[in-house]
Each structure stands twice: as structure tokens, then as C-alpha cells.
Write a protein that binds this ligand. Structure first.
Ligand SMILES: Cc1cc2nc3c(=O)[nH]c(=O)nc-3n(C[C@H](O)[C@H](O)[C@H](O)COP(=O)(O)O)c2cc1C
Length: 150
């Protein structure tokens, strides 16, 4: 069974709360989960699937806990072809709505990782974030199971 790597990009904690909720749901389905609250590229298993929860801050910048990770990606020349998906957190009142999530999604794709599900964008002004994750989780699990059974 996959050991899912959950990366958390948060400044004020909302995204961490959501990532923890997703981790609990995955554990209930017998997945192993590793949470990275301050992701460090060299410490994340590139043979396992990644779920990236990332809030936008500033003017579409990565949230604080992922600033170092952002630089590590900029410095990287390539990644393994691990499966990943992005959960982008933001507020639709910003011109740069979910810009950090959009950026990391494109960046991981460019570096050779393998998007297994379209990015989920959560508007904290309008959406219920927990319900959105709960609605998506069975689809992710189905995809992740098919990866790990190969
Ligand atoms: C100073 C500030 C700047 C923000 N900039 C953006 C932005 O550029 N784009 C966006 O979609 N949301 C933006 N947001 C909204 C945050 O992404 C949203 O509040 C989110 O819930 C924060 O998650 P966190 O608690 O995990 O840090 C901003 C919020 C703050 C307080």
C-alpha cells in the first residue's frame, strides 16, 4: 500500500487543518501517510504519491511553510515520475487566486512528476473545504490504488 506524502503549504493554519483531515481519511482506508509541514525536497520520498496542499499568500506567493521548498524546486533540474495532485487554497477576491497552487502544479509537471488527478481549487470565501476534500478523496484513492497495484 502506498505511503502517501502529504505536503503542507500554510501561513495561518487553514491548510494544515485540511491536510490533517485528508490524512485521517486516508489512514481510515489503510494508507500509510507521511505529513511534511515544512517540506524539504531531499526528505520526501519520490517513489510514492504526493498530495500537495498549498495556500496562496502575498500576491500569489507560496505560503510561508513552503518558501524553502519553492526555492528547492527552482533549483531542481528534475524529479522522478511520481504521481501527484495539488489542492490549491485561496480566496477568489484576489487577482492571483490560487496562483501558488497553479504554479506548483505546472512546476512539478515540468520537472517530470506525473499528475494523477486535476488540481482541486478551494475558494475559502465560498466553498466548504472539508466537504470538497471528502468529495474528492474516493477518486484519489481509486487512482492511488491503481498505481500501487501496478
Ligand atoms: C496577506 C494575504 C494574502 C493573500 N493572498 C492571496 C492570493 O494572492 N491568492 C489567493 O488565492 N488567496 C490569497 N490569500 C487567501 C489565503 O490563501 C487564504 O486566507 C487561506 O485560507 C490561507 O491559508 P493558510 O491559513 O493555510 O495560510 C491571502 C491571504 C492573506 C491573509
Amino acid at each position: 500500500m502506498a505511503n502517501i506524502q502529504i505536503l503542507v503549504g500554510t501561513t495561518s493554519g487553514n491548510t494544515e487543518f485540511l491536510a490533517d483531515h485528508a490524512a485521517d481519511l486516508l489512514k481510515q482506508q489503510s494508507f500509510d501517510v507521511e505529513l511534511h509541514y515544512e517540506p524539504n525536497l531531499s526528505a520526501i520520498d519520490q517513489t510514492q504519491p504526493w498530495l500537495i496542499f498549498i495556500a496562496s499568500h502575498g500576491a500569489g506567493d507560496y505560503a510561508d511553510s513552503m518558501l524553502d521548498f519553492h526555492q528547492q524546486l527552482l533549483d531542481s533540474s528534475g524529479l522522478k515520475a511520481f504521481p501527484y495532485t495539488v489542492i490549491a487554497i485561496g480566496e477568489s477576491c484576489y487577482d492571483t487566486y490560487c496562483a501558488a497552487g497553479r504554479d506548483i502544479d505546472q512546476r512539478l509537471d515540468n520537472l517530470g512528476a506525473n499528475r494523477f488527478s486535476d488540481r482541486l481549487e478551494i475558494d475559502m470565501l465560498q466553498d466548504d473545504p472539508e466537504i470538497m476534500v471528502e468529495n474528492q478523496i474516493s477518486f484519489w484513492i481509486e487512482k492511488l490504488r491503481s498505481y500501487t497495484q501496478k
